[in-house]
Design a protein around this ligand. Sequence first.
Ligand code: SME
Length: 162
Amino acid sequence: MAENLYIPETTERVEIYEAVIPQIEALISSETNLIANLANISAALKQAFGFYWVGFYLDNKSGELVLGPFQGPIACTRIRYDKGVCGHSFSTKETVIVPDVDQFPGHIACSSASKSEIVMPLFDSKNEICGVLDVDSDLLDDFSELDKVWLEKLLKVLGDKI
Ligand code: SME
């Protein structure tokens, strides 16, 4: 698998997803190591879309999510299941889109530059939740159903390998 990511020169996010998601899926299909795959997914999404922060929090099975591979500024390392957008997504097992982080009760501000975010659950091949993917933007209202559909599709391919 080539280690170059082709990113179309367009501002249409759907076109970037259409080009990039199959490449990421191909990239992770040939690698069995989870950390390597989480690292490349974070890097590819950051590179393709220029998101402010992209990364994973993984379940430590003791009441907390622990920071995993990510791209962007340093972030809080542990999030309790009942805290923040990440904890909410993990606990409800639902994707959460937050158009304005200041309006989300309990949002954990790792950086004041983060204005909106999407967090979605990661399920393993037994359909058990094992973590979340968190994507942050420095723009307000930067995520929609489009991001949810494409990123959930990617996480399904990833989760089937765990
Ligand atoms: N905002 C997240 C915390 C993680 S950082 O943004 C990287 C939350 O509220 O769960």
